[in-house]
Design a protein around this ligand. Structure first.
Ligand SMILES: [Zn+2]
Length: 339
């Protein structure tokens, strides 16, 4: 008996020393972002129960409560000055000629060395609600972006628990009212909780769970828009992380405003740089990347549903955004703006 106890002690000791010698990499945490967990979140977030998540409706209330409870369960605190998760606002929806009351959701991980410098990761929490009695679940638009942020936050929080708190701070910002005209992100950048001068970049995720018809033969892709417009450093970091860890085909065609796009039955010039929430940061000189899979036949239709999501691809794309975020918050130098 005694001998056995001694032997167990030796084995335990040798395990501990082996573990210490394994070199730490961000992949330890990127690997916690999984297709299975993304799917589990999305099956709730883009279910009929959430009523299409229209800003200012009961569907939005369900969505923001879900996001808050997920952050509470992983131990990431609220991002408002008093620690709350909700940023309440009254918005004037000009095209509907009415005011609505709604909320952004903010969660925050404070940096260890430069806490005042903040990376903001965004997705719009709202969608278009119920039309003609049919619920628009918005699994891709933008359920995919919200569940990606939840998984990225969980990966960073796991790093914190293991003693690898990011050097800079990270704000996980789920904005409302995007579908009514980028209103929640505009409200945030007009009333920032963290000064925009110290907001080092915005990574905006809007539709990353599908494959468009231009890529049926090469699904290993993602469109990146804006990465080199305000900061070459941001573009270079993004490219380097992709080459080192992920190897997606990064498609920049929509970074060129003259590229045409076929949408809702006709060709027109793409204006994607202006069409999602990153633009409200870009117009304030915050460097941005907009991550996007392109449109599809189910865009803004009740058929944008969870079973059409490509979860392995969603995992890969989410991991790339995590690695890019990791580098931005942990590198020695802040991203520089172009002259
Ligand atoms: Zn969207």
């Amino acid at each position: 008996m005694k001998q056995l106890i001694l032997l167990t002690g030796v084995i335990l000791l040798s395990c501990a020393s082996t573990q210490k010698s394994i070199e730490f990499t961000p992949s330890t945490f990127a690997n916690t972002i999984t297709a299975a967990e993304l799917k589990e979140h999305l099956n709730t977030y883009a279910s009929d129960e959430f009523l299409g998540r229209e800003a200012g409706t009961e569907g939005e209330t369900l969505a923001i409560n879900y996001l808050k409870s997920e952050y509470e369960s992983i131990g990431v605190k609220g991002g408002m000055a008093n620690g709350d998760y909700f940023m309440p606002m009254s918005l004037n929806v000009i095209r509907e000629k009415r005011m609505i009351d709604c909320n952004n959701v903010l969660a925050f991980i404070e940096g260890s060395e430069k806490p005042e410098e903040v990376l903001v990761i965004t997705a719009h929490l709202d969608h278009i609600g119920i039309e003609d009695g049919q619920i628009n679940n918005g699994a891709d638009d933008d359920g995919s972006g919200n569940v990606a942020i939840l998984e990225i936050a969980e990966a960073f929080q796991e790093a914190v628990k293991q003693g690898h708190r990011p050097k800079r701070s990270i704000l996980f910002l789920h904005v409302t009212g995007e579908e009514k005209g980028l209103l929640g992100s505009e409200y945030y950048t007009d009333n920032p909780i963290y000064p925009l001068e110290n907001t080092v970049a915005n990574l905006n995720i809007d539709m990353i769970g599908r494959i468009d018809n231009l890529h049926e033969d090469n699904p290993n892709y993602m469109y990146l828009i804006g990465s080199d417009i305000l900061s070459q450093d941001l573009h270079d970091v993004s490219e380097a992380m992709n080459q080192k860890y992920i190897n997606l085909d990064l498609d920049y065609r929509y970074n060129d405003p003259t590229t045409e796009v076929f949408e809702l039955g006709r060709y027109r010039q793409n204006d994607y740089y202006y069409r999602s929430d990153h633009y409200n940061f870009a117009k304030n000189d915050v460097p941005v990347i907009f991550y996007f899979n392109g449109t599809h036949a189910d865009y803004h239709a009740p058929t944008d549903t969870v079973e059409k999501i490509e979860y392995e691809l969603l995992e890969k794309r989410t991991r790339l955004i995590f690695y890019t975020a990791w580098e931005i918050v942990n590198r020695d130098d802040r991203l520089r703006l172009k002259e």
